[in-house]
Write a protein that binds this ligand. Structure first.
Ligand code: FES
Length: 207
């Protein structure tokens, strides 16, 4: 079986269990793991679309109106702090024709879609939609960009796409048990610098 053919058989991924074997018996992951679209799709489905994902520090969303837009494996999302001080995350997809509404990062009062000018508040809720007054059954007040789950631990901000994933505290519990037993709480962490890296098929930023 060629490496490429093996990658198309998702069950082949189970062979990777040998990478987690004790060191004397462990094997390197096959090279196609790093390039096969099927593996990337499975990673996206099983990890990125279900796990809680670190997206930044609370200091980066310090003031009401602070926001950042970015993508997680092609999925556009935005994180913002609303005027009441709460953090929010939502799918950055206009409810009209699917254009990305929020771009870059900064501080804003509202967000305006660049395509037809629908405007949204800092939580992703629709405020105004020009030329829709006469559209039957359409009520601006019932429309918003899809909210995502958001949580913080020790000033670290996480988002989650999956409503069925356990709460953040539960999700982190096993990791926290080992780190807090060593005396580290993460409470003193602060952003020092940021770098951005981009690779084919994925991009990420770290603070
Ligand atoms: S696509 Fe956003 S206003 Fe039309």
């Amino acid at each position: 079986m060629s490496e490429r053919k093996a990658a198309s058989d998702v069950s082949a991924i189970d062979e990777f269990a040998s990478t987690g074997a004790p060191l004397q018996r462990a094997r390197h992951a096959p090279g196609y793991v790093y390039t096969a679209p099927e593996v990337l799709a499975r990673e996206k489905d099983k990890l990125f679309m279900t796990d809680w994902l670190f997206v930044g520090r609370v200091e980066e969303f310090d003031r009401p109106g602070d926001y950042r837009a970015f993508r997680v494996l092609g999925e556009p999302i935005a994180v913002s702090r609303s005027k009441d001080g709460q953090l929010h995350a939502f799918a950055n997809v206009c409810r009209h024709r699917g254009v990305e509404v929020v771009t870059g990062e900064g501080n804003a009062e509202t967000f305006s879609c660049p395509y037809h000018g629908w405007s949204y508040d800092l939580t992703g809720r629709l405020l105004a939609a020009p030329y829709t007054q006469d559209v039957e059954g359409f009520d601006v007040r019932n429309c918003r960009m899809t909210p995502l789950r958001i949580g913080t631990w020790a000033g670290n901000v996480f988002v989650c796409f999956d409503p069925g994933t356990p709460p953040l505290e539960e999700f982190l519990a096993s990791s926290l048990a080992s780190s807090t037993s060593s005396g580290w709480t993460g409470a003193d962490c602060r952003p020092s610098s940021r770098f951005r890296s981009t690779a084919t098929g994925s991009s990420s930023s770290r603070t």
